[in-house]
Every structure is written in structure tokens, then in C-alpha cells.
Design a protein around this ligand. Sequence first.
Ligand SMILES: [Zn+2]
Length: 75
Amino acid sequence: MLGRILIIMALVGLGLWLLRKAMGSRTPPPSSGSGDQAKLIACAHCGARLPATEAVWKEGQSYCSMTHRNLGPKS
Ligand SMILES: [Zn+2]
């Protein structure tokens, strides 16, 4: 009877340890500061610099707005 209680306690302890380990690994590592958000690209039409995340893309070219995307690259 006492042996069974010890086994249950050991299993509960192991379960809690695994749960804490799984939750700990889920937290993202501290960012180095230089992410993709800081990356600036130039509009193919007017040359305006803007974050890549805000750019409008068409056929591999980046644009600052839908208007310039429709106008296409400046030749
Ligand atoms: Zn533009």
C-alpha cells in the first residue's frame, strides 16, 4: 500500500517536471534586436524606403502602395 503511494507520488512529480519542462521550452528565446521588421526595401516605382512587412509585392518587385504597384516599375 505504501509502495503504491510512493509510485503515484513519483509519477505525479515526474508529470509536473515534464509539464514544467514543456512549458519552459515554449517561451521564445530573447530576441537579438535585429529582426526582419527592421529590414527596409525600396519601392520599384518611386524609390521610397519602407519596411518589407508593409510593402506591396508584384512579380518579385516591391512597391510602397497599390497605386505604384499598378503603375509598375519606373523604367
Ligand atoms: Zn512608390
